[in-house]
Design a protein around this ligand. Structure first.
Ligand code: ADP
Ligand code: MG
Length: 733
C-alpha cells in the first residue's frame, strides 16, 4: 500500500494570509497558528445548548437556557448605567426574569426590544426581587437550536469563545475534510507495526470537539475513552519517531575515535595514572560505567550518553576518567557546569587530580567563567585555542563565540537539566579548527545528572540517549536520619545546630525560593541570567537574610555565612571557600548549594519550608550531608498547616533514601518538568499522554516507531510533520 504523502494539504498553512486582527493575534499568542494547532486545541468542557428549560423550577445558581418574550426594556442610570430587560418565559407564560447588561450596544437593544421572542442562556440568580441574569448570552429564538454540545475552549485575553469556536470549526473542516483527509496510521500500517486496533483519528478528533449530547458524561475527564487513547498514541508515536530519527542521524554522523595512543616517554595512559593516583578505588558501578563510556569513545560515532547517579555517587571521577581517555588520544575535553560555584569545585578537584599528570605531558587545565577578568579570560582562551589546555572547565562562558577549541573531542555537561537545548547545541558545534577540515565531526557528549530519571521518562523524552547508572555509593557513607519537624520547634533545631557545631561539625540551612516561578521560566531560557539559574526575588532575599540574622543572634560566637545568587561571584566564592575550610560553621543559603557542593565535615542539613521544594530537590539537598564519617541528619522544617499531600510527601522523604523511588513519586506529583528542565521547553512536552498512566501506550509507541521508520518512511515523515512541524528539528538537540 502506498503511504500517504501529504496528511492534510492545508494543515500546515496559516489560517489566513491577511494581516492579523486582534483576535487572530490572540490566537497566535495561544500558539494556535495552523489548522492542525487548532484541531488539537481541545475543549475544556461542553455546554448543552440543545435543550430549552423552564424558569419556574430552576434554582439559584443554575445555568440554563430558556425562551421568552421581552415585556420590558429600559436603560436605567442608577446605581449605574445599565440595560434592564424583562423576559416572560414562553414555557409557562407566567415566570419572568430580568436580564442586566452593564455593557451593551444599540444592536443588543434591537434584539431585545419589547415584543421580541428571544433565547437566553446564563446563570440564574434568585433573590428577594425575583429572578435575574447578569450578562447572559442571547439570540433571536428563531435561530436554529444546536444539534450537538457546544465546546468551551481554553482561551486567552482578547479572544472570544465565539471567535475561537469558529476558528476551530473552520480548521476542523479544512484539516479533517473527508475527501482529502489522510491518516498517517491507517489500520494496515498500525497492524503491520504491531499496534493494537485503534479508534479512527479523524472520528476521534471530531468526537472530542463535538460529542453527541449523550456521550458528554463519558467525556467528562474520561481519558480512557478510545478517542483519547488514539490521540495519546498518536502523540507518543510522534515523540518516539522524532527520537528515533535523531538517534539514526547521530549514528550517521562522525566523531573522533578517542583511544589512547602510546606517547613516547609515557608508558601509562593518563586514565591509568589517574587511577593509580586517586586516594580511593573505584566502586563496581564506577568501573562498569567508565567501561561503557570508554567503549562509546572508541567508536567513530558521537556518544550521546546520560550518566545518572545519586548525589555523592561519584560522577566527577567518572567524568575525569573519560577526560583522560580523550586527552590520551590527543583531543581536548570541556566540562561545563551550570553555576560558578559548581564549576569552581570541579576545577579545584580536577586540578588536584590531574594537573601533576598533565604537566608531564605539557598540558594544562583551563578555567573559563563569566566573572573572570578580561585579561585572565583571554589568557585562558588562548590556551584553549592553541590546544595547550587539555581540559577546560567552566560555566556558560565555555560556549561563547570568542572561545575556540583546537580539538574538542569530548564535552561533559554536569547537571544537564539546568541547560537549554541551544547551549548543548552550541557546545556540540565547538569541535573546531583543524578537525573541521577532515569532514564534519561532532564531539562526544556526556551529560550528567543527580536527578534519577524515572523509567517512563527515560523511555519517552530521553529515548534518544544512552543511559548509564551509578547505582552504588562509595563505601564509608553514613546513613542520613531524616526528621520532619514543625516550624514551631525552630528553637530546638537551633539548639541542635549549636550542639553539632560544638562537636566541630558543620551545618547547612537552606531557604526556599518562594517567587521562583516566573524567574525560573526566564532562567530556563537563559540560565546565565544569574548564578544559580534563577533570579532571586526581593522577598526571598529578605527571607534568607532574615534567617541569617536570626541564626547569628541565636548562635553567638559561631561563624554563620550567607550565600545567595545576588552576591557578586567573588563574594560567593569567598563564603564557599570559608565554609569548605571550616572557618564558617553554618552556611545559610538559597538553593545555590543544591548541586555539587562537597564538604564532608557537614553533618546537619536544615531545610526551611521543606514543603515548598520538589522531592528530588530535597533529596539532592539532603545528599550534601552524610559524606564523611560523622552521623548525619536532615531536618525538614515545615510551616503548619500542611496539606494532606504535603504531609505524605515529606513523610515519603523521611522514609526513603532511594533516589529512584523519590523521582517516581515526584514525577507522579509534579509532572516531568522537574526532570527535563530546560531540555524540553513547554512546546515539546506531551500534551495528551500522561506518563504516570499511559505506560502501556508508551511501550507500544516505542516498539512501533522503528518499524514505522523502516517500513513506512513516508508515513512516518508525514506523521512527524503533522505532529511536530517546525518543532521536529528542535527535538533533535
Ligand atoms: P556526585 O556524583 O554527586 O557528583 P562526586 O563526584 O562529587 O559525587 O563525589 C562525591 C565524593 O565522593 C567526592 O568527595 C569524591 O571524591 C568521593 N568519591 C568518589 N568516588 C569515590 C570512591 N569510589 N570511593 C570513595 N570516595 C569516592
Ligand atoms: Mg557532582
Amino acid at each position: 500500500m502506498a503511504a500517504p504523502k501529504d496528511p492534510s494539504p492545508s494543515a500546515q498553512a496559516p489560517a489566513k494570509p491577511r494581516a492579523p486582527n486582534a483576535q487572530q493575534l490572540a490566537l497566535q499568542r495561544l500558539g494556535l497558528r495552523t489548522d492542525w494547532d487548532l484541531v488539537l486545541h481541545l475543549p475544556l468542557r461542553h455546554e448543552d445548548e440543545t435543550r430549552i428549560e423552564g424558569l419556574a423550577h430552576a434554582h439559584d445558581g443554575q445555568t440554563l437556557q430558556f425562551e421568552g418574550t421581552v415585556t420590558h426594556s429600559e436603560v436605567s442610570l442608577r446605581p449605574r448605567r445599565q440595560l434592564r430587560v424583562t423576559v416572560l418565559d414562553a414555557a409557562d407564560g407566567r415566570s419572568s426574569c430580568v436580564l442586566r447588561f452593564m455593557h451593551f450596544y444599540p444592536q443588543h437593544q434591537k434584539t431585545l426590544a419589547v415584543g421580541e421572542l428571544v433565547r437566553v442562556r446564563g446563570e440564574l440568580r434568585v433573590g428577594l426581587w425575583g429572578r435575574e441574569m447578569v450578562h447572559p448570552t442571547f439570540k433571536p429564538a428563531s435561530a436554529p437550536l444546536p444539534q450537538g454540545l457546544t465546546p468551551v475552549y481554553p482561551s486567552g485575553a482578547g479572544l472570544s469563545q465565539a471567535y475561537l469556536r469558529k476558528a476551530v470549526a473552520g480548521a476542523l473542516q479544512r484539516a479533517l475534510d473527508e475527501r482529502r483527509w489522510q491518516d498517517t496510521l491507517t489500520p494496515e500500517i498500525a497492524s503491520q507495526i504491531g499496534l493494537q486496533r485503534f479508534f479512527d483519528l479523524r472520528k476521534a478528533l471530531l468526537f472530542l470537539h463535538h460529542p453527541s449530547p449523550d456521550s458528554a458524561a463519558v467525556l467528562q475527564g474520561d481519558r480512557d475513552h478510545p478517542a483519547w487513547q488514539r490521540l495519546k498514541l498518536e502523540e507518543l508515536l510522534a515523540q518516539q519517531l522524532s527520537q528515533q530519527v535523531a538517534r539514526r542521524e547521530r549514528a550517521r554522523s562522525r566523531a573522533p575515535v578517542l583511544v589512547g595512543v602510546a606517547v613516547q616517554g609515557h608508558d601509562a595512559p593518563l586514565a591509568d595514572a589517574l587511577l593509580a593516583a586517586l586516594p580511593f578505588g573505584l566502586t563496581g558501578a564506577q568501573t562498569r560505567v567508565s567501561a561503557e563510556i570508554a567503549a562509546d569513545l572508541a567508536r567513530p560515532v558521537p556518544m550521546h550518553r546520560l550518566l545518572q547517579g545519586d548525589v555523592g555517587a561519584g560522577k566527577t571521577v567518572v567524568a575525569a576518567l573519560a577526560a583522560c581517555r580523550c586527552m590520551d588520544a590527543g583531543w581536548q575535553c570541556a566540562l561545563m557546569a551550570p553555576t560558578e560555584i559548581l564549576a569552581q569545585q570541579h576545577f579545584a578537584k580536577l586540578v588536584g587530580w590531574l594537573a601533576p599528570l598533565l604537566a608531564q605531558r605539557g598540558l594544562t587545565v583551563a578555567w573559563l567563567t563569566g566573572s573572570q577578568k578580561k585579561k585572565a579570560r583571554e589568557a585562558m582562551a588562548a590556551q584553549v585555542a592553541s590546544g595547550q589546555a587539555g581540559l577546560v572547565v567552566g560555566t556558560h562562558a565555555l560556549i561563547q563565540d570568542s572561545v575556540q577549541f583546537a580539538r574538542l573531542g569530548l564535552a561533559v555537561i554536569d547537571e544537564q537539566h539546568r541547560f537549554g537545548v541551544a547551549q548543548r547545541l552550541a557546545l556540540r558545534s565547538k569541535l573546531d579548527g583543524a578537525a573541521q577540515a577532515d569532514g564534519a565531526q561532532e564531539p562526544h557528549l556526556l551529560m550528567m545528572t543527580a536527578t534519577p530519571i524515572p523509567r517512563t521518562l527515560a523511555m519517552s523524552h530521553l529515548a534518544d540517549l544512552d543511559v548509564s547508572t551509578l547505582d552504588e555509593l562509595p563505601p564509608g557513607r553514613t546513613p542520613i536520619v531524616t526528621r520532619v519537624v514543625s516550624d514551631e520547634r525552630r528553637e530546638e533545631v537551633v539548639q541542635r545546630i549549636a550542639a553539632q557545631v560544638a562537636q566541630g561539625r558543620q551545618v547547612y540551612w537552606v531557604c526556599p525560593l518562594i517567587q521562583e516561578s516566573e524567574a525560573a521560566q526566564n532562567a530556563s531560557q537563559s540560565p546565565s541570567a544569574s548564578d544559580d539559574g534563577r533570579k532571586l526575588a526581593l522577598q526571598d532575599l529578605r527571607n534568607v537574610t532574615d534567617t541569617h540574622a536570626e541564626l547569628c543572634d541565636a548562635l553567638p560566637g559561631v561563624g554563620v555565612g550567607l550565600l545567595h545568587s545576588r552576591l557578586p561571584p567573588a563574594e560567593k566564592q569567598a563564603v564557599m571557600d570559608a565554609f569548605a575550610r571550616g572557618e564558617l560553621s553554618v552556611l545559610v543559603s538559597t538553593t545555590v548549594i543544591e548541586v555539587g557542593v562537597d564538604v564532608p565535615n557537614a553533618s546537619l542539613m536544615v531545610i526551611d519550608h521543606a514543603e515548598r521544594f520538589g522531592l528530588s530537590q530535597l533529596h539532592q539537598l539532603r545528599g550534601r550531608v552524610g559524606r564523611g564519617a560523622a552521623a548525619s541528619a536532615c531536618v525538614l522544617l515545615y510551616t503548619a498547616p500542611l496539606s494532606p499531600t504535603g504531609r505524605e510527601r515529606l513523610k515519603a522523604m523521611a522514609q526513603t533514601h532511594d533516589g529512584f523511588e523519590i523521582a517516581r513519586i515526584d514525577l507522579a506529583l509534579r509532572g516531568p518538568g522537574e526532570f527535563l528542565g530546560a531540555r524540553q521547553s513547554g512546546e515539546a512536552m506531551l500534551r495528551f499522554a500522561d506518563l504516570a498512566t499511559d505506560e502501556d501506550l508508551l511501550e507500544q509507541a516505542r516498539h512501533a516507531a522503528p518499524l514505522m521508520l523502516d517500513r513506512y518512511p513516508e508515513a512516518a515523515q508525514a506523521h512527524l510533520q503533522r505532529w511536530l512541524g517546525a518543532r521536529a528539528e528542535f527535538l533533535k538537540a
